[in-house]
Design a binder for this molecule. Structure first.
Ligand SMILES: [Zn+2]
Length: 110
């Protein structure tokens, strides 16, 4: 991986981490316990509980992505970063920009 490319990717990862950190915080707010005494009534309360489980699943996904991005940021200066774990060829830079946590090239991941 070229030095410039690595720098650009590093900036991109930092930007993505900031975005996901913000997202996680916002989603956490939406997963607060549903109050038993809800003035909205029973149906709305069931809706609120359904929404809450959707939000919790979404929160787990976001936290997992955030952890992968942080790991990618730690590894970005390693000589092997950007090399496919399977075929050892360079991972396409477009793919890395989109999914910096990729450890395999498009061919090997599919
Ligand atoms: Zn590969």
């Amino acid at each position: 991986m070229e030095k410039d490319e690595r720098q650009a990717l590093k900036a991109k990862i930092i930007e993505m981490i900031a975005k996901y950190e913000h997202d996680v915080k916002e989603t956490e707010k939406m997963t607060e316990p549903v109050k038993p005494e809800n003035s909205l009534g029973r149906i709305s309360r069931m809706d609120a509980i359904n929404n809450k489980s959707v939000m919790e699943a979404s929160l787990r996904n976001k936290i997992s992505k955030l952890n992968k991005l942080r790991l990618a940021l730690q590894k970005i200066d390693d000589p092997g970063f950007g090399t496919c774990a399977r075929c050892k060829k360079n991972i396409q830079s477009g793919r890395l920009m989109f999914m910096p946590e990729s450890t395999k090239c498009v061919k090997c991941a599919s």
